[in-house]
Design a protein around this ligand. Structure first.
Ligand code: SF4
Length: 627
């Protein structure tokens, strides 16, 4: 074992507070983040799972990261197996190796980490002496198939619910086979790829997944942590002055996901991150995060503020994590109280239509945040296609409100290659950015300086379980041509600094997000070839266009259909048809008894045992910890 690696890990630990070292626990979990420590520590999912696992007395959970460049060289030179951070134990000596994967782009890193650990990458090559390999996180349940053959257990849904069931099954069953079967038979939350045979049609599309053991469900339901109160219900109760109902909803005792380890050396490690809500009501048709976290739910202000008070002695910086910050019914209270505590506030994303004056004021005051907004495209028509219900006039007004506060630099997220996109749509991007730039210069006169507009262009990648899942990605050459055209046009506008993602990267993302089980061999090969995906595709004889570049029919069995996200086929199809006609839809109302998309308790969650749909209340967790 390399002394240099051990020293480098101990140095990292010396700069942290709040990590846990437990000896003699019955179950040892290596919690792996498929990227470096600096990046991984900004991931709230990792913090949450670390806290949840370590709260259980029988469990000790340690972190493992992809080594950074210097450590990696040393690992390879010294042939040291990959080590955990806390106790520098070889990962292969843990009982469970659990990956938290938020982005498909990290699949190669995941395979590389298994290789570095000396654990066989393919689940079929592991036996009961090897750790159980588990994948969780948003990417893994959106479409588990590309990583299915690496994995013993895929967590389908949200960790707050699944962590406890997983630990129970492992501790209460003798053999690996018994554990896998027990989890599969729960029917929701755990997908065991080895318990399904995949059958293909003659044209190579998937025909079906056939369970190969008794009691294994044909589809695996998504487990949902029901952070109460539901956003819409509380918002209306507050608006209508229904104090009793509002108090009841606010008073519910819930788990508030937040930073659990203070790690100032990492990205965002010097601030408290708190998840204030999950999911988004707007239903933008390209957005996987919106649909796959339906229904939107919030953490009550009192729990967020309690965390903030607890951490104030450590930091004056707080990051509010949410896909829709201003949708929180108590956002005014949260901002007011955080400012009163003298916190500098940043937010993970801003939805243009919802930016409130008070949030803008708080962000300006924090002096810490570059405002990034997402018009997505320059055309009102195309925005209706993706159900982003905003006009160019509104976007210019909102940017104006930002500029008038002296924040003269704005980042604009935009996509190229959206379904039905025309030359006119692309040209409208120039008009929109020109208008925003003029508005910026006008505001700049007041402050005696000019700012900058930073359009950030991404190729559109169709995502599973969204209404655009049936669409092909724009052909690579064509996408490259369009990105070049837009970049060139925008670069001619003064005070504009364009950034873009290559068409190649968009196509790689599409392959990993929409592929089936056969993509695993590309991932494994590319990980061995240090990321050379082109060569891996050639060597494995996989045609990426089959997985990414054809429109799929409504009749096709989609590879990710093994997971029942709760969204009904009829809902997604209707939304897809409306996209084709540029017709917009209303947002998710987040109310009891709504059946619009199929997710809520009025539909499949109605039959779920309460433990599956309730986030683990703090009281229950405390009771568990005391047992
Ligand atoms: S069923 Fe209705 S309230 Fe529930 S997530 Fe779907 S649209 Fe929203």
């Amino acid at each position: 074992m390399s002394r240099r690696i051990v020293d480098s890990y101990r140095k990292k630990l010396a700069g942290e507070e709040g990590y846990v070292v437990k000896h003699g626990a019955a179950l040892r979990i290596a919690l792996c983040y498929p990227n470096t420590h600096a990046i991984g520590m900004a991931n709230l999912g990792l913090h949450t799972m670390y806290e949840l696992f370590n709260q259980l007395p029988d469990v000790s959970c340690e972190r493992v990261f992809l080594p950074d460049a210097d450590d990696l060289k040393e690992y390879e030179r010294s042939r040291t197996p990959l080590l955990s951070l806390e106790t520098q134990t070889p990962v292969r000596d843990f009982d469970v190796v659990a990956f938290s994967i938020s982005f498909e782009t990290d699949y190669l890193n995941m395979a590389r980490m298994l290789q570095l650990s000396g654990i066989p990458v393919w689940s079929s090559e592991r036996n009961h002496f090897h750790p159980l390999v588990i994948m969780g996180g948003a990417a893994s349940f959106l479409n588990p198939e590309p990583i299915a053959e690496f994995t013993d257990i895929i967590a389908v849904g949200e960790g707050e619910i699944l962590a406890y069931q997983l630990v129970d099954a492992i501790l209460e069953n003798e053999t690996k086979d018994d554990i896998l079967l027990a989890l599969a038979r729960i029917g929701r939350g755990f997908y065991i790829p080895s318990l399904y045979d995949v059958v293909y049609n003659d044209d190579d599309t998937v025909f079906d997944y056939i369970p190969n053991a008794d009691g294994v469900p044909r589809r695996v339901g998504r487990a949902l942590a029901a952070v109460n109160p539901k956003e819409g219900t509380l918002r209306r109760a507050i608006k209508r002055g229904e104090k009793e109902l509002a108090d009841f909803l606010i008073g519910q005792d819930i788990f508030c996901p937040s930073t659990s380890i203070w790690s100032p050396g990492a990205e965002m490690g010097d601030r408290l991150l708190v998840e204030i809500s999950r999911g988004c009501s707007q239903g933008c048709r390209f957005c996987w995060a919106g649909y796959n976290y339906y229904p939107p739910r919030v953490v009550p202000a009192k729990d967020i503020l309690a965390k903030a008070a607890e951490w104030r002695s450590k930091t004056n910086k707080i990051g509010l994590v949410s896909t829709a910050v201003c949708d929180h019914p108590e956002i005014s209270t949260i901002l007011r109280e955080l400012r009163a505590m003298d916190y500098r506030i940043t937010v993970s994303s801003l939805r243009l239509d919802q930016i409130s004056e008070e949030l803008l004021d708080a962000l300006v005051e924090s002096r810490d945040q570059q405002i990034a907004v997402a018009p997505e495209t320059g055309s009102d028509r195309l925005r209706r296609v993706i159900n982003k219900n905003l006009t160019n006039d509104e976007i210019v007004d909102i940017c104006g409100a930002v500029f008038d506060r002296g924040m003269l630099t704005v980042k604009l997220y935009m996509m190229v290659g959206l379904p039905t996109e025309t030359q006119e749509d692309l040209d409208e991007m120039f008009v929109l950015v020109e208008r925003i730039k003029d508005r910026m210069l006008q505001a700049g006169k007041k402050f005696g300086r000019a700012g900058k507009i930073i359009p950030s262009l991404n190729g559109f990648v169709p995502k599973p379980n969204t209404p655009l899942q049936w669409d092909a990605i724009c052909d690579e050459k064509e996408l490259k041509k369009r990105i070049k055209y837009v970049c060139k046009g925008l670069s001619r506008i003064p005070n504009v600094d364009v950034r873009f993602m290559s068409a190649r990267i968009a196509h790689e993302q599409a392959l990993f997000s929409s592929g089936d089980r056969r993509i695993a061999k590309v991932i494994e090969r590319a990980a061995s070839l240090r990321g050379d995906i082109d060569r891996a595709l050639r060597e494995t004889n996989v045609d990426p266009a089959f997985h990414t570049s054809r429109d799929r029919s409504y009749e096709e069995f989609l590879p990710w259909s093994i997971v029942d996200s709760g969204l009904s086929f009829e809902f997604l199809r209707t939304e897809h048809e409306k996209a084709r006609e540029a017709l917009s839809s209303l947002p998710c109302p987040a109310v009891e008894k709504c059946t619009t998309c199929g997710v809520c308790p009025s539909t499949w969650l109605a039959d779920a045992p309460p433990s599956l749909i309730q986030i683990q209340p703090a009281k229950v967790r405390q009771a568990l910890a005391a047992v």
